[in-house]
Design a protein around this ligand. Structure first.
Ligand code: NAD
Ligand code: UDX
Length: 464
């Protein structure tokens, strides 16, 4: 198999950035160039102070500091990077379509197609193209068709190499992945291309953890993995509501079932709902594909995971309104956390956005503190929903860079993200400065309900 010495990655986002940084760190002999159209993003990746890189992930600044300028480069010169690379990762966004056929369900593949066309136009030497983005099953066929009909004599091999990292633990996940999945053609050339990529990962991943499959299995496995993970969260969340009506405690139920080795203990935390850029998008995509093959029952089965999640987010907001004597109009509600999970600055599909929107419809005054998310981001997330005009959002929403200030005078606190620091706050002091009765709605089961109740808080915890 061809030995890879130059890699290009198109897309310097939450996946492209960290993934390529780790490949460069672990493979000093390979020159890795990450390119993006977004100049501000590339400039941020090149910031002399690696604490200012655009993706916050524990440990990432150190990895970038080690490799950047040595064999890791960030650039907007897309054509040049494509031209010199032997292997090109496509790691662009594949959001849910917002127009036309499949609107609200199907993956929007326009960025993928643009990449394929750009690669086809620029390439003068043979290349291995690696789909790193999460794609509908059989996308490689379309990519192949674009690349193979360019008229020039360049040979392309297409591989599928989906990424399984979770945000907040990206560096850890990349350093020690449960598995690497590589799908490719069953032809000798396809197998050869697979081997080239296996050789890259083998620099740090044990060979038995590198799985190889055909293209379609690899593409579909990524959607399936996310559907299974999200399904666990919706399953436990569905039961959390039943717990609230029966005196069962969801944490005890999770522990009790998680000790069954067939079920396993992870991913059984009841919450205000799952967020993040992947789960909803990938399940909707799976549902759309199933429907497009006429598989109605399969589609309905997976769609229920989303329906349950929407219910859980709505239920949490409604609970706040109901508990506050059926009106939150003019009341300050303090949000602790805005990111979709701890240890990330990413807010895409964060349940906090939907809970806030719900409360803003009730004319609440929402105060937000998140250790990593900026005011601009928070207002941008709300404005994107277009539920009310931007001036109204700016009037009703205030952000704080200090949690104690954020909670001052509030009628209620809502915990939306499980940031560790929330566990060690001086809750006594926070309580003293709140309007009484002081309510606390823990959407992540992070605080000690017993202790806070003793202080005087009226505490609502999901599933208890
Ligand atoms: P992102 O939006 O953070 O990054 C994508 C980047 O691609 C953007 O910076 C955008 O400017 C750039 N881009 C788009 N079209 C381009 C083009 N034609 N040329 C150059 N640059 C272009 O997205 P992300 O979160 O990194 O996700 C990327 C893919 O990885 C998606 O398919 C996603 O489903 C998948 N994925 C994401 C995660 C995650 O945790 N975020 C995990 C696994 C897989
Ligand atoms: C997910 C997949 O885990 C990862 O493999 C894939 O590559 C991308 O999508 P990510 O979205 O970054 O990763 O984070 P994840 O840890 O999966 O959490 C997703 C959401 O589910 C978060 O909002 C999280 O708070 C929520 N969640 C997770 C729960 O509510 N309860 C749990 O037990 C686990």
């Amino acid at each position: 198999a061809k030995k890879i010495t130059k890699i290009c990655c198109i897309g310097a986002g939450y996946v492209g950035g960290p993934t390529m940084a780790v490949i460069a760190q672990k493979c000093p002999g390979i020159k890795v160039t990450v390119v993006d159209l977004n100049q501000a993003r590339i400039e941020a990746w090149n910031d002399p102070d690696t604490n200012n890189i655009p993706v916050y992930e524990p440990g990432l600044a150190e990895v970038v500091a080690e490799a950047r300028g040595r064999n890791l480069f960030f650039s907007t010169a897309v054509d040049e990077a494509i031209a010199e690379a032997e292997m090109i990762f496509i790691s662009v966004n594949t959001p849910t379509k917002t127009y036309g056929t499949g609107k609200g369900m199907a993956a929007d593949l326009k960025y993928i197609e643009l990449c394929a066309r750009q690669i086809a136009r620029v390439s003068k030497t043979d290349k291995i193209i690696v789909e790193k983005s999460t794609l509908p099953v059989r996308t490689a066929e379309a990519v192949k068709s674009i690349l193979q009909n360019t008229g020039n004599d360049v040979q392309f091999q297409i591989l599928s190499n989906p990424e399984f990292l979770a945000e907040g633990t990206a560096v850890e996940d990349l350093h020690a992945p449960d598995r690497i999945l590589i799908g490719g053609d069953t032809t000798p050339e396809g197998q050869d291309a697979i081997q080239s990529l296996v050789d890259v990962y083998s620099n740090w991943v044990p060979r038995e953890r590198i799985l190889t499959t055909n293209l379609w299995s690899s593409e579909l496995s990524k959607l399936t993995a996310n559907a299974f993970l999200a399904q666990r969260v919706s399953s436990i969340n569905a039961l959390s509501e039943l717990c609230e009506h029966t005196g069962a405690d969801i944490s005890e139920v999770s522990r009790s079932i998680g000790t069954d080795s067939r079920i396993g203990p992870k991913f059984l935390n009841a919450s205000v709902g799952f967020g993040g850029s992947c789960f909803q998008k990938d399940i909707l995509n799976l549902v759309y594909i199933a429907r497009s093959y006429g598989l109605q029952q399969v589609a309905d089965y997976w769609e229920q995971v989303i329906i349950m999640n929407d219910h859980q987010k709505r239920r949490f907001g409604n609970k706040i309104v109901k508990t506050l004597y059926n009106t939150v109009s003019g009341k300050k509600i303090a949000f602790l956390g805005w990111a979709f999970k701890k240890d990330t600055n990413d807010t895409r599909e964060s349940p906090a956005i939907f809970v806030a929107d719900n409360l803003l419809n009730e004319e609440a005054k929402v105060a937000v503190y998140d250790p990593k998310v900026s005011e601009q981001q928070i207002l941008g997330d709300l404005n994107y929903l277009q539920s009310r005009n931007e001036a109204k959002n700016a009037e009703l929403v205030t952000t704080f860079d200090n949690a104690y200030e954020c909670c001052k005078g509030a009628h209620a606190i809502a915990i939306l993200t499980e940031w560790d620091e929330f566990k060690t706050y001086d809750w006594e002091q926070i309580y003293q400065n709140m309007t009484k009765p002081a309510f606390l709605f823990d959407g992540r089961n992070v605080v000690d309900k017993k202790k806070l109740t003793e202080i005087g808080f009226k505490v609502y915890t999901i599933g208890k």
